[in-house]
Design a protein around this ligand. Structure first.
Ligand SMILES: Nc1ncnc2c1ncn2[C@@H]1O[C@H](COP(=O)(O)OP(=O)(O)OP(=O)(O)O)[C@@H](O)[C@H]1O
Ligand SMILES: [Mg+2]
Length: 492
């Protein structure tokens, strides 16, 4: 791709960008949120047309007029935001639009072939479910693997992976990286985007960094390390990442006793999060962490158990009740539950706080705009104004808007479900600072995370879950990757 330029209303997304990737090469594309990575790849994938520049494939000038065109040229695209359909089963999603048919005049769907072929890809990715499972029944991580299977089944020669591991945990990620290495040996060109720099160190042959829509530099295989990648992306070194607490937590806070959820009816969970502390929740995908969060936030009523705040038992029958008690949840799947993509940032942020901005039922627009802008600025949300649609923001900036929404209220308990998924290093540091500041101001924070570095760095204590039960709660001094992993796989 040579001299690529792309503008959106109010934003220069790309300016004179060059990238190259060889056959059998894994090229990592890095950059802060909003740097232009996805936009560049959407141009290669035929989703957007560039305003300037040219694309060559195998030395030949190639115009990519649309998505179908890209597929014809052997370009496969695993999107950052999932494109799977809830009302189909897994196989139906993988072969959507290219369903195999039986011979004969009626061209009937060859359902057996569809599922048999899908099953092969699922196995390769280590996804242990039937191809006939409806999509609505599988987790976010599993959906991401379905999205990956869908693209692998196209047998692409150029494969774009835009944050393929953002919802995967350790084991699933390792498995995917093996698949990527395998594709490399088959001569596939891979463009790999990730904010998890450890993965890039593991597999990339070359790193290309974008900053503010322009090339910011490259690293050859033997130059790739954490510090150099950060410097290329952010333009400076980042020193302190995690702020330790400055004083001990208070004795009051959230207490959960014998909570049982529908998914794990035979396991009871008890724990406390004190005001002033960050309690990390670690565990493998499906360990039951999100179910506990959903019960506390009133999304799904628990089978049994009590939830109390500052010593007072609460009745939480809906999220409205939870919010009324000052309990908030920043959910994991932000596009589905955290954000209204077809609303401006301003309305997204003010939505739960609308009462604060209203006088006799009318929203005071100016106050709303001012309040929203202030929170967004604090979090470094990168957007031309708070009036742009949330759905047009880069992935990481969408996550910041979700956080901004809850910070605009004054929470007593905050539950973060994978708070920094898809967020760049610089913004991560800001979010950790903010989380720490909230804790210091007396908020009890529950942080569900699959990012081991984050769990160990940011938590004051770590609760580890395995198959619906808490297998251990570690004090900061006892925390290590080894200790957390042992408990996560059920060894106590
Ligand atoms: N459809 C669109 N309409 C308007 N602006 C857009 C659109 N798509 C992207 N942008 C803007 O272009 C810039 C680059 O966004 P892009 O999604 O390419 O960033 P990114 O590097 O992929 O970031 P992230 O790491 O957060 O995914 C951002 O400022 C974004 O808000
Ligand atoms: Mg992106």
């Amino acid at each position: 791709m040579r001299g690529i330029g792309k503008r959106f209303p109010g934003v220069v997304a790309l300016q004179n960008v060059h990238i190259e990737v060889g056959a059998g090469e894994i090229m990592a594309l890095i950059g802060e949120n909003g740097a232009g990575k996805s936009t560049l790849m959407k141009i290669l994938g035929g989703v957007h047309q560039p305003d300037e520049g040219a694309i060559q494939i195998n030395g030949r000038d190639t115009r990519i007029g649309g998505v179908a065109d890209a597929i014809r040229h052997g370009i496969g695209f695993i999107h950052q935001e999932l494109n799977v359909l809830d009302n189909l089963d897994i196989g139906g999603n993988v072969f959507l639009g290219r369903e195999p048919v039986r011979g004969g005049p009626l061209r009937l769907l060859d359902s057996k072939k569809l599922h048999d072929e899908t099953q092969v890809f699922l196995q390769r990715l280590g996804l242990d479910v039937s191809s006939r499972t409806p999509l609505a029944q599988i987790s976010l991580a599993q959906r991401q693997l379905v999205e990956i299977a869908k693209t692998l089944s196209l047998q692409a020669r150029i494969l774009i992976m835009d944050e393929p591991t953002s919802s995967l945990t350790l084991t699933e990620t390792q498995r995917l990286l093996e698949v990527v290495k395998d594709l490399k040996t088959q001569g596939v060109s891979v463009i790999y985007i990730s904010h998890r720099l450890g993965e890039i160190e593991q597999i990339a042959d070359r790193v290309v960094a974008l900053r503010d829509g322009a090339n910011a530099g490259e690293l050859a295989r033997d130059e790739i390390n954490h510090e150099r990648m950060v410097r290329l992306m952010v333009g400076r070194d980042l020193k302190q990442f995690y702020d330790p607490p400055t004083h001990a937590p208070r004795s009051d806070g959230l207490a959960v006793r014998d909570l049982r959820t529908r998914r794990f009816p035979n396991r009871a969970v008890s724990f406390e999060v004190r005001r002033g502390e960050v309690l990390g929740f670690a565990g493998l995908v499906g360990a039951g962490r999100s179910e506990v969060a959903a019960a506390i936030f009133g999304v799904e009523a628990p089978l049994t158990g009590t939830i109390s705040l500052d010593g007072q038992a609460l009745r939480i029958r809906s999220s409205r009740d939870a919010i009324a008690h000052g309990i908030f949840l920043a959910p994991e799947d932000r596009r589905r539950y955290g954000l209204v993509t077809l609303m401006p940032i301003r309305e997204n942020v003010s939505l739960p706080a609308l009462a604060d901005y209203a006088t006799v039922g009318l929203v005071r627009r100016e106050a709303e705009r001012g309040g929203t802008s202030a929170v967004c600025e604090k979090l470094g949300v990168k957007a031309p104004s708070v009036e742009v649609w949330a759905g047009n923001l880069s992935g990481g900036n969408q996550q910041k808007v979700v956080l901004a929404k809850w910070l605009a209220l004054e929470p007593k308990v905050l539950i973060f479900d994978e708070p920094t998924r898809g967020i760049d290093v610089g913004a991560k540091a800001e979010i950790y600072k903010l989380m720490r500041a909230l804790a210091e101001s007396g908020v009890a924070i529950m942080m569900i995370s699959s990012d081991m570095e984050e769990v160990l760095g940011q938590s004051d204590r770590v609760a580890v879950m395995h198959e619906g039960a808490i297998t251990g709660i570690l004090e900061r001094a006892q925390c290590s990757e080894e200790a957390v992993m042992q408990l996560a796989v059920g060894r106590q």
